[in-house]
Design a protein around this ligand. Sequence first.
Ligand SMILES: [Zn+2]
Length: 276
Amino acid sequence: MSGPLAAGLDMSLLAGLFGLLIGSFLNVCISRLPYDESVVAPRSHCPRCGAWIAWFDNIPLLSYALLQGRCRACGAVISWRYPVVEALTGGLFWLAVTLHGPTLAGLKWSVFAAILVALIFTDLETRILPDEFTKAGMVAGFLLAPVAPLPPGLLSIFWPGASPALISLLDALAAAGLLAGGLWLMALVYERLRGREGLGFGDVKMLGLLGAFLGLESALLVMVLASLFGSVLGLVWVKVRGEDMGSYELPFGSFLGVAGLVVAFAGVGLFRELGG
Ligand SMILES: [Zn+2]
């Protein structure tokens, strides 16, 4: 291998290693942001014995393997979520740069992956979708829309002469507005009819984030996929665990996150193949 291909592969590997570090930071965010705790201080410590975690016990994936998933001081089991989030983030950063190269598009889909991985796990563990990811992520999506434009969607039919950057930005704004606004209305109606909250406002903001990154058509596809996965898996889970159907709260944000990653990475790869 030589020339641009070898350089491209090296960049993917670097992105993957960087993703492992970001994944390690996301783990801190997932543990603390739902409780409004600082992600900077105090340093990481064992939740059971309180022992500080030294840098050499905090190396992504490696430390978990060497410590066999236990705290060095007290032997408490470390959640499987730590290595999974690190591996997932590293793998998705690698994939983003493999698909798009070391470009602004590679950056955009890495940022998107990191945000969704964090939201998938905060929702799964606490049913909370922190604003630090949903709101700030939506803003990041708007900023990245014109510099790493989406493939032209429906909007370009209505305005054929506009530049891809402008169309992409308008698509992001329209998708975020329509999807978040639509879900917000549905949530209001549901609350009126059932007298309780069916969908949290976090889900509304997360749909805005998905729209900002994916544009209208892909974000709609994510919503449909997440609803399908969610209802099927939710029903199975409630049956298996014997939970009460009426009160079990489905982690809809986690399903939106998984569907978002599938559409972004499988879909974008497809666009790339089609575009040559
Ligand atoms: Zn400990």
